[in-house]
Design a protein around this ligand. Structure first.
Ligand SMILES: [Fe+2]
Ligand SMILES: [Fe+2]
Length: 202
C-alpha cells in the first residue's frame, strides 16, 4: 500500500449543520453487510465499535454520545475490503452523503494519521486511533490462547508486543504514538481492551 496516495489532503469533514446526526443501527449494519464479506474484518469493526461505546460510557458521556462513538468505531474500516487503495475516502464520501455528524466522519478520517495525513484532535479521534490496532492485536493474541480472553493478563499482551514476529503487521510505533496522543498509558489501554473486548460479539 502506497501511503502517499492514501493521504486525504483535507482537514474538514462533513457539514457543521449535521452535528449530532446519526443513522440508525440497522442502517449501519446494512451498509457493512453490503460492503464487507470478510468475517474477520466484520469482527474487527464490531470490536472497535464496542470498545468505543464502552469507553464513552466509562467517561460518563450520554447515551447519544456513546452511540456516536460506536458508529465511528463500527464504520471506520467499512470501505477497506472493496476499495483498499482508497481506503477511508469512500466511507467518508458515503457518510457525508448520508449527512452524518461531522465529528464521526472526522474521527474515521483520522484513524491512521500516518496513512491519511489527518491528525486526531478530539477525544473521539484519539480513542479510535488508540483502539484500532490494539484491538486487533489483543484479538490475535486471544486466538492463540487455549482459553481465548479468559485469564488474559496485561503482561501477556506486553510480552507479545516485544515479540516483533507476532502480528508483525501491527506497528508498535503507531501503538505508542496513539497511546501518547490519547494521554493514556499503554497498560491502561491494554487493560481496557482485555476487559471489554471479550463481550464485543455477544
Ligand atoms: Fe483502517
Ligand atoms: Fe481498523
Amino acid at each position: 500500500m502506497n501511503s502517499e496516495s492514501m493521504k486525504l489532503h483535507r482537514t474538514e469533514f462533513g457539514q457543521p449543520a449535521n452535528t449530532g446526526n446519526v443513522i440508525p443501527e440497522r442502517e449501519a449494519f446494512e451498509l457493512v453487510e453490503d460492503w464487507v464479506k470478510n468475517e474477520k474484518l466484520i469482527v474487527h469493526m464490531r470490536q472497535v465499535g464496542h470498545l468505543m461505546r464502552q469507553y464513552a460510557a466509562s467517561v460518563g458521556l450520554s447515551e447519544q454520545d456513546q452511540y456516536r462513538w460506536f458508529l465511528a468505531g463500527f464504520l471506520h474500516d467499512a470501505d477497506w475490503e472493496k476499495w483498499p487503495e482508497t481506503h477511508c475516502r469512500k466511507i467518508i464520501e458515503e457518510l457525508e452523503n448520508r449527512s452524518l455528524d461531522p465529528e464521526i466522519i472526522r474521527a474515521i478520517a483520522s484513524h491512521s494519521p500516518r496513512y491519511f495525513g489527518v491528525e486526531p484532535v478530539s477525544q473521539m479521534d484519539k480513542m479510535l486511533y488508540a483502539f484500532d490496532e490494539l484491538s486487533g492485536f489483543v484479538h490475535a493474541y486471544s486466538l492463540m490462547r487455549p482459553n481465548g480472553y479468559e485469564g488474559m493478563e496485561v503482561k501477556g499482551v506486553k510480552k507479545r508486543l516485544k515479540d516483533k514476529t507476532f502480528a508483525a503487521q501491527v506497528s508498535r510505533e503507531d501503538l505508542v504514538d496513539a497511546s501518547q496522543r490519547a494521554g493514556i498509558g499503554m497498560e491502561d489501554l491494554i487493560r481496557f481492551v482485555i476487559d471489554h473486548q471479550a463481550n464485543a460479539l455477544l
